[in-house]
Design a protein around this ligand. Structure first.
Ligand SMILES: Cc1cc2nc3c(=O)[nH]c(=O)nc-3n(C[C@H](O)[C@H](O)[C@H](O)COP(=O)(O)OP(=O)(O)OC[C@H]3O[C@@H](n4cnc5c(N)ncnc54)[C@H](O)[C@@H]3O)c2cc1C
Length: 382
């Protein structure tokens, strides 16, 4: 589907050329396109399937890392900046497209389940408070009062009242619609087959709809990004898929009010009563099937966290492929002249989409004002 014709410039050679060609219409590519056209660029967004149907659909929509204490300072800084950009983005999408992506501060209860959680709880409280975040350590009965669905044997919880979520599957389509409204050329069902290079510079892409040329090409093809670079991919930019499965329950609205986390497993209550339960992290290649063993693990975690939900009807289940990298950090920066990577967001791409769009805008504009070395495609990578 072609959403809207772009304002093409025509070179003297006769080739149509836009300022920026964005490859991949997930939340990252759509956010970048929307940001660039708002800045006055001409931009084309090319998506192999439908906008936002891959990892960006499959996610849980938590706007927080699952275990922030395990992240390097450079990532925490990106997280903080991105979180600050979300409210404006949500407002803009509502105004420009009428779509409500349901940014809701439902708060998060991190359950104290293991001896290790118990031992770490005070340190984590201190870690959060040092960063100026509100956090409380709750006893078992306080946690139960706040969230009656919790397992009666829950030992306690850390309560983070400010943490938020979005209805992630709505975000990329809304961003693409806003971008198209502002003049972007959004092309679905158009596959990039390879990059066009001339005189040592990437100048566009070969697609199933012909060649598309641009001054800058942005690679935002999620788990598939590394494949498009082929042998030229620097090690840090060799993205690989990390499958995650989600089970969607249909509970009563309000039955679960807070996001709940235990270890790596979480429950995310939507405003309409749906509860997402997830997720697995599996190294199975480009396979996004839902499996019995994956669902069994998720079902067991529901029973451990909020056993009452075990009798809620299952609406559906799905899986998506997170774009992982060897060091699990995003890849943001020039891969080669003319080609900017904006990929590898692994478990944080929903949260990081707004700041990623801002970073790409700066790179396109040639504003070298931030240190991107931890995310450099050419960094030494584990
Ligand atoms: C189960 C699960 C739970 C998650 N939970 C969270 C969460 O709670 N919070 C969070 O922040 N993140 C979460 N994530 C991670 C997040 O979903 C990803 O980091 C993010 O969606 C990556 O966005 P993307 O646009 O880079 O990739 P994608 O959404 O995968 O988009 C890439 C797009 O590129 C397209 N493409 C690929 N190759 C080509 C080609 N050759 N030509 C044209 N188009 C191409 C694809 O079709 C796809 O639409 C979760 C992920 C999963 C799977």
């Amino acid at each position: 589907m072609v959403w809207r014709a772009t304002r093409w410039r025509v070179r003297s050679s006769g080739d149509a050329v836009s300022d920026v060609l964005v490859i991949g219409g997930g939340i990252v590519g759509a956010a970048i396109t929307e940001r660039l056209v708002r800045d006055g660029c001409t931009a084309t967004l090319v998506e192999r399937g439908g906008i936002g149907r891959e990892a960006s659909y499959a996610a849980g929509g938590l706007l927080t890392p699952v275990h922030p204490w395990n992240y390097p300072a450079s990532m925490l800084q990106l997280d903080a900046e991105s979180l600050g950009l979300w409210p404006d983005l949500v407002e803009r999408l509502r105004r420009e497209t009428g779509v409500d992506v349901e940014l809701r501060r439902t708060g998060l209860l991190t359950l104290i389940v293991t001896d290790d959680d118990e031992a770490e709880a005070d340190r984590r409280v201190a870690w959060k408070r040092e960063r100026g975040e509100r956090v409380e350590r709750l006893s078992a009965s306080e946690a139960g009062d706040l969230e009656p669905s919790l397992h009666p044997e829950t030992r306690g919880a850390l309560y983070l009242p400010d943490l938020a979520q979005v209805r992630n599957h709505r975000v990329a389509p809304a961003l693409a619609a806003a971008a198209a409204k502002a003049g972007a050329d959004v092309r679905e069902q158009t596959t990039v087959l390879g990059l066009l290079r001339e005189n040592g510079r990437v100048v566009g892409a070969r697609t199933t709809a012909g060649d598309l040329r641009a001054e800058h090409v942005v690679l935002a093809a999620g788990a598939w990004s590394g494949g498009l670079l082929g042998d030229r991919a620097p090690p840090a930019a060799r993205t690989r898929p990390a499958r995650g499965q989600i089970l969607l329950l249909r509970a009563r609205p309000g039955e679960l009010q807070h996001m709940v986390l235990a270890g790596d497993q979480y429950l995310v209550p939507r405003a309409d009563g749906h509860v997402l339960a997830g997720s697995t992290v599996e190294d199975v290649g480009f396979d996004r099937q839902v499996t019995v063993s994956g669902l069994r693990r998720i079902a067991a975690s529901i029973e451990r966290m909020a056993p009452g939900l075990a009798s809620a009807p299952v609406e559906t289940a799905w899986a998506g492929l997170r774009p992982d990298t060897p060091d699990h950090l995003p890849v943001l920066g020039h891969v080669e002249p003319g080609l900017i990577a904006a990929t590898g967001h692994y478990r944080s791409g929903i949260m990081l989409a707004p700041v990623t769009a801002e970073i790409v805008r700066e790179l396109v504009a040639g504003e070298g004002r931030r240190d991107l070395s931890p995310f450099d495609p050419h960094r030494a990578s584990g």
